[in-house]
Design a protein around this ligand. Structure first.
Ligand SMILES: C[C@@](CO)(OP(=O)(O)O)[C@H](O)COP(=O)(O)OP(=O)(O)OC[C@H]1O[C@@H](n2ccc(N)nc2=O)[C@H](O)[C@@H]1O
Ligand SMILES: Nc1ncnc2c1ncn2[C@@H]1O[C@H](COP(=O)(O)OP(=O)(O)O)[C@@H](O)[C@H]1O
Length: 468
């Protein structure tokens, strides 16, 4: 029977937790059994990892039979194998090895240079299995594993039997596909203070970048062509902002190389989460690197501005206070927060909202301190969108039952800030079926810039992901 591997979907989370529980039974009688048996994967955490594209599942006859979960919290140029489990009934068929190779291949495309893991030295399907697949035992005091070692001790794993292992990943060749993240954003408030002669509106907003978003695949072409692979509903290739971004960069930098572009779309289109803008910024930043075009960040941000008002903040890669049409940016370090982001599945047309006669477009100017104190927290589009789009109104009403729910950008996505990931996960778990709920952490430094640092072999800007 054939098995194939694909990215895990939210609907598979319960099945994956059950696979882990079945696989752990093989440790009965082992000194680590008590610790392993006491530690089931919290389904909400797996949900988060699935949403961020870090889990792959092996499917046989439409049923999940194994999975691998990558842990991107190690830092530096290393990614971890957080979990690798196969149903005991499907063991010894090479499914675990295939999952491992799949995850390592993705990690290599994402610019990681090593894969690390913690495992048991005396269990045949643990350390000896990984050794067969290119992993070598490393010194436990290696700083890469400091957090993992600490977690081991918290979980009561037998320290003498646990080893950390690492496998190097070779750099990508020039003609291979690479993968790059394109994070979503939220507008923590949005005020419109005036209108410019060209019809564009002056606004003030705070862009909060998230640790969740789209994934782009890029491959350099020698023939100069820019090609999009796959379909994006309602967006012909020539109109796709990623294709336009690549062409703009090509012309500005005078490069003769081209690119293949693939988009794994996770951010709802037209949802006020800046998905298209972020995709465009990722293309500018990534191709600038892959083509060796050598443009500086100011030039890339200006190219971004030509593509859309929200593109520069993604090019700069910092959560920021914004003015002008969104291009005058002051980086902000915001407190650690998680967000429940709710998609009412309603496309809200941005341009029409900016034209709405009832929109408040002459608000007094706010200050950063009035935002920080919580006094300035409104979104000028919210009353207009609530009146025109009943589904968005209903989503705000439901989420508002848990705290101060807000609209992002011009909507239709709405969000709620929470002090802990668990609180966000428990609210998201109660979301009515009609909408889609996502939990994400705020990121002061963009995951795009973490990727760029990996590809450049430079030190990481800072951990993006805040855990509580
Ligand atoms: C409202 C915001 C807030 O972050 O986000 P979204 O809801 O789109 O995510 C942005 O200002 C949207 O930025 P973006 O989506 O890039 O807008 P653009 O493509 O540049 O513009 C779409 C249309 O909106 C109007 N527009 C846009 C920005 C602005 N400051 N004034 C405007 O009047 C213009 O009519 C323009 O033709
Ligand atoms: N690569 C792309 N991803 C998303 N939208 C795109 C893309 N290219 C063009 N678009 C167009 O831009 C519109 C706005 O996109 P998006 O950035 O997702 O929403 P918003 O501006 O509300 O945050 C979409 O409805 C779509 O028509």
């Amino acid at each position: 029977m054939t098995v194939h591997i694909e990215r895990a979907r939210p609907s598979q989370v319960d099945a994956l937790c059950a696979i882990e529980r079945a696989a752990v039974q093989l440790f009965r009688g082992h000194p680590a059994w008590r610790a392993y048996a006491a530690m089931a994967i919290p389904p909400e955490l797996l949900h988060g990892a699935v949403a961020r594209g870090l889990v792959w599942v092996a499917i046989e006859q439409d049923e999940p039979v194994g999975f691998v979960w990558l842990d991107d919290d190690l830092g530096g140029d290393a990614v971890g194998i957080g979990e690798l489990d196969v149903l005991p009934s499907h063991g010894r068929r090479g499914i675990g090895a295939a999952l491992l190779e799949h995850a390592c291949a993705w990690a290599r495309s994402a610019g990681y240079r090593q894969v690390g893991l913690g495992t048991l030295v005396d269990v045949p399907w643990n350390a000896p299995f990984y050794a067969k697949h290119g992993f070598a035992v490393v010194d436990k005091r290696d700083p890469t594993f400091a957090r993992a070692w600490e977690r081991d001790r918290e979980n009561g794993f037998p320290d003498d039997l646990r080893v950390f292992m690492s496998r190097p990943l070779s750099p990508l060749a020039a003609d291979e596909w690479s993968v790059w993240p394109a994070p979503a954003k939220l507008n923590l408030f949005l005020r419109i203070t005036g209108r410019r002669p060209d019809g564009y509106h002056e606004l003030q907003t705070v862009f909060r970048l998230l640790d969740w978003g789209d994934e782009l695949r890029l491959r350099v072409r020698a023939d100069g062509a820019i090609r999009r692979h796959g379909e994006l509903p309602g967006v012909p290739a020539d109109e796709d902002i990623t294709v336009r971004a690549a062409r703009l960069l090509q012309a500005r930098a005078g490069v003769a190389l081209g690119a293949d572009i693939g988009i794994d779309k996770r951010i709802p289109m037209g949802g006020g989460l800046g998905g298209g803008s972020s995709d465009a910024a990722t293309v500018l930043v990534a191709l600038n690197h892959l083509w060796g075009a050598g443009l500086d960040e100011d030039t890339l941000a200006e190219l971004g501005r030509q593509l859309g008002a929200d593109v520069p903040v993604f090019v700069r890669g910092r959560s920021a206070w914004a003015e002008g049409v969104g291009e005058l940016l002051t980086p902000l370090d915001l407190p650690r927060r998680h967000y429940v982001v709710l998609d009412p599945r309603e496309h809200v047309p941005t341009a029409a909202l900016f034209q709405a006669p009832e929109l408040t477009r002459n608000a007094p100017r706010a200050t950063i301190s009035s935002f920080v104190s919580g006094e300035t927290a409104e979104n000028a589009f919210e009353p207009v969108v609530r009146a025109r789009h009943p589904r968005v109104d209903a989503a705000l009403g439901w989420l508002g039952g848990f705290g101060r729910a807000k609209l992002s950008g011009s909507g239709g996505c709405v969000f709620l800030e929470t002090p802990s990931e668990l609180r966000a996960l428990s609210i998201a778990a109660r979301c009515p079926d009609a909408w889609n709920a996502q939990v994400a952490a705020g990121a002061d430094r963009s995951m795009l810039h973490r990727s760029l640092a990996r590809f450049q072999g430079a030190p990481q800007p800072e951990q993006v992901r805040h855990t509580t």
